[in-house]
Design a binder for this molecule. Structure first.
Ligand code: DOR
Length: 439
């Protein structure tokens, strides 16, 4: 007997997107094919729906410990589950920053019995832990090391080439990097420091700021033969450079950099402020081209909640970041429905991609023996995204009022239905994501 059969759906299998049933047993995928419904205790009728491998959001900021007034692990993962996401990788710029084994153990302990999706945590790179990163990157629950080359929210920063080389020389797993050149940011801060319209954010943190940092980290990584993952790439110029480094570098883009352009500063004000910035349409077009050329390996949301009160501060005192974990799936499915990418490419970017980049064990495809993680979607559902729907403690989304076609109907984490029809179900059953290099 199976525990559950997903019956009658259109399923993104390795043989393509086909009508087939899927059976689940003990949290794993047990069979794919035409399956007799009497063989399971529970049958979920998914006729008319698409059954996709669970979406993994490999860049979220959930603010716990220290900044729980913005978000915590329970609210952040609730938003993820409501948005059809089955696993998240959480960033280290909490308070304190996650830079020691003790910080990491604390985050894992906090996640126990409180998270709605599976979860892993990044360890922050810093001058003081560079020597130990080869040990720290192997701790339980770690997705990898994260470098901030430019200051953003929090105090994590590695800005000079010598420390970057030392960080990249200590360890073997793939390193995630926020590429903005700190020296250039400091030089140009005069442009905004006495107050400026928020659209100046993209002038202060300009294309060259991003390009210089990406160019530097690619050269250093190539020199020390270390695999890196360039987070939230935003410029046409970086997308020209990155294909020359496909042996060592994978690439992320965010839904917001694919969806918003610099007109958003006029309509959304500081809600559109994030690092690296939302840019002009020519960059948005270049990111889409990079998706279609295969330069991009994954989509991550960079979910970075700040309260509306904090965002109301006058620029540049207003913090950078916007929510995104709950809207990643509907925003990208809307792009699928608009013909910007295929559903197959969506699956590649949100399930297979993160697993390939970080060597995730037994997730990211619908295949026998893999974790039974599913994002079940209705490609025909037309809904309006609203602040009301957002579970994040900060309660807002840059897409409030946007009509989309394509919506997550169920989220299944290792065989547990944690969301159905916009409601959380049962208990928070999330566990630590496992990685092939650290089993
Ligand atoms: O806009 C951003 N917000 N970019 C980052 O790199 C960090 C994030 C945050 O944590 O607020």
């Amino acid at each position: 007997m199976y525990d559950m059969i997903l019956k009658g759906g259109t399923c993104a299998t390795l043989a393509g997107i086909v009508k087939t049933d899927v059976a689940i047993k003990d949290g794993k995928i047990a069979e794919i094919g035409d399956i007799d419904p009497s063989k399971a205790e529970q049958v979920m009728d998914v006729t008319g729906l698409h059954v996709l491998p669970g979406v993994i959001d490999s860049q979220v900021h959930f603010r716990e410990p220290g900044l729980e007034h913005k978000e915590d692990l329970a609210t952040g993962t609730a938003g993820a589950a409501l948005g059809g996401v089955t696993a998240v990788f959480e960033m280290p710029n909490t308070k304190p920053s996650t830079i020691t084994a003790k910080d990491m153990a604390d985050k894992c302990r906090r996640a126990k019995n409180r998270v709605w999706t599976d979860i892993a945590f990044f360890i922050g790179a810093a001058a003081e832990n560079a020597e130990n990163l080869h040990i720290l990157e192997r701790e339980q629950g770690v997705s990898g090391v994260k470098i901030f080359m430019g200051s953003s929210t929090g105090s994590l920063l590695v800005k000079d080439d010598a420390t970057l080389a030392s960080v990249l020389s200590n360890g073997t797993r793939r390193v995630a990097v926020h590429c903005e050149d700190e020296d250039r940011l400091e030089e140009r801060f005069a442009l905004v420091k006495d107050g400026a319209p928020v659209r100046m954010h993209a002038v202060w943190r300009d294309e060259q700021t991003a390009f210089l940092a990406t160019q530097r980290i690619l050269r250093i990584a190539k020199g020390v033969k270390r695999r890196i993952h360039v987070l939230h790439v935003t410029t046409a110029e970086e997308m020209e450079l990155l294909p020359q480094y496909k042996d060592i570098a994978t690439v992320e883009v965010t839904p917001q950099h694919l969806t918003l352009n610099d007109e958003a500063y006029e309509t959304l004000g500081t809600k559109a402020q994030m690092n690296p910035p939302i840019r002009a349409q020519r960059h948005v077009d270049a990111l889409w081209n990079a998706i279609n050329q295969g330069v991009v390996d994954c989509i991550g949301s960079d979910h970075a909640p700040h309260t509306l009160e904090e965002k109301a501060a006058e620029y540049p005192k207003s913090p950078s970041g916007m929510t995104g974990v709950q809207t990643l799936v509907p925003i990208m499915l809307n792009h699928v429905n608009n013909g910007k990418l295929t559903l197959e490419r969506f699956v590649d970017l949100t399930s297979a991609g993160p697993c390939r980049i970080y060597n995730v064990a037994a997730k990211g495809r619908i295949a026998k023996g893999y974790d039974a993680d599913f994002t079940i979607v209705d490609m025909k559902a037309e809904r309006t995204i609203t602040d009301n729907w957002i579970a994040s403690r900060c309660g807002w989304t840059p897409y409030d009022g946007m009509k989309v076609k394509g919506w997550p109907i169920s989220t299944i984490v290792r065989g547990n239905v944690v969301m159905h029809d916009d409601q959380l179900i049962g208990d928070p059953v999330g566990e630590a994501v496992r990685f092939a290099e650290c089993l």
